[in-house]
Design a binder for this molecule. Structure first.
Ligand code: UT7
Length: 331
């Protein structure tokens, strides 16, 4: 095995569907207002995939852009990891469908499930494959079509989510750059606060589960809110300890984009200025596993992430799960 060099991000890409649903559009569907959604969440609009578009389609588009950015051919990929809570189907995995779409025939491929923390888990996993020397070119994707598991009659949840995909290419870093620390956590005890109850082996699809609307997202918003603020703070601090960096040395925070009040509360606890925090949830809502890689791609393309800067990515979500990574940017 080769030496334990960190993975660096050598390319990023993202893709969101064209169709926009604004808060005003939602006012016509459920009893809500633009004012309530904007002040309680920060969300103004979200993207929704057309009926004939699945998670793998969004993932494929984001991946093509990431490969182009990394100047890499799909045939060079050794591994594809897709983080998603909304796979095309149980199996084959969405990663295998993306492999076919890209023509990445030399790559192993699998999905991982850690809900909204999925991308943080996946990039941490990808980093380990690079560090051990087992793989050289790893594609890590966060992709969701949450619109398929939203109950459009439930105003508590339907205003929150959107569809999209983001991808990164990981390759070995030449020096001590790239993903310099990672931290992951989980709390299955409180998993019931955010679930999609039916459609798996516990409650397979049946007329009863459909009539009871058990295939849709169920969330205890207040509990998840409190958990999210604590999880963001804890994850960021733990990743910092492992990196031997102080908060002052963090140049940019890219958090999971669920609610602006969660992000602001966590930034306040961390004493991090909001000038250093990337926010795009006003445009896309909560895209679960896709939110961090889409934000990462946008921040990179806008020139916010400069060579040598320390980028902190943080996620939290169903499971419950949480995690963070610190990346010394190399591009
Ligand atoms: O990615 C990880 C997963 N998700 C999250 O991170 C989400 C975490 N939670 C949250 O972001 C917030 O808890 C929500 C945005 C979901 C809810 O915000 P809140 O400030 O906690 O509101 P609430 O649930 O306490 O509801 C306040 C009121 C309620 O009415 P009453 O009981 O006070 O009369 C709700 O029925 O707002 C009502 N409400 C709405 N009103 C208009 C709930 N949803 C809506 C809505 N429009 N869409």
């Amino acid at each position: 095995m080769e030496s334990l060099n960190n993975a660096k991000i050598s390319g990023t890409g993202s893709y969101v569907p064209e169709k926009i649903i604004t808060n005003n559009d939602l006012e016509r569907i459920v009893e809500t207002t633009d004012e309530w959604i904007a002040t309680r969440t920060g969300i103004k609009q979200r993207r929704i995939a057309d009926d004939n578009v699945a998670t793998s389609d969004l993932a494929t588009e984001a991946s093509k852009k990431a490969l182009l950015d990394a100047n890499l051919s799909a045939k060079d990929l050794d591994l594809i990891i897709v983080a998603t809570a909304t796979p095309d189907m149980s199996f084959p995995s969405t990663a295998c469908i993306v492999q076919k779409n890209l023509g990445a025939y030399n790559a192993a491929a699998f999905d991982i499930g850690a809900a909204c923390t999925g991308f943080i888990y996946a990039i941490t996993l990808g980093n380990q494959f690079i560090r051990t020397g087992m793989y050289h070119n790893v594609l890590v994707i966060g992709a969701e079509t949450l619109s398929r598991i939203i109950n459009w009659e439930d105003r508590d949840t339907c205003v929150l989510f959107g569809d999209g995909a983001g991808a990164v290419v990981l390759q070995k870093s030449e020096n001590d750059c790239g993903i310099i620390s990672s931290y992951l956590g989980a709390d299955g005890e409180n998993g019931h606060t955010l679930t999609q109850p039916a459609g798996g082996s516990r409650l397979p699809a049946s007329i009863e589960t459909i009539e009871s609307k058990l295939h849709y997202i169920k969330m205890d918003g207040n509990e998840v809110f409190k958990f999210a603020v604590r999880a963001m703070e804890k994850s960021a601090l733990r990743a910092l300890v492992d990196s031997n960096l102080s908060l002052d040395e963090i140049d940019f925070l890219i958090p999971h984009q669920a609610n602006i009040r969660i992000i602001e509360a966590a930034a306040k606890r961390l004493k991090l200025s909001m000038d250093k925090v990337y926010v795009n949830l006003n445009l896309y809502g909560n895209m679960s596993a896709a939110s961090v890689p889409v934000a990462l791609d946008e921040a990179a393309k806008k020139g916010f992430l400069t060579k040598g800067s320390h980028v902190l990515i943080v996620g939290f979500g169903g499971g419950l799960t949480w995690g963070a990574s610190i990346i010394k940017w190399t591009k």
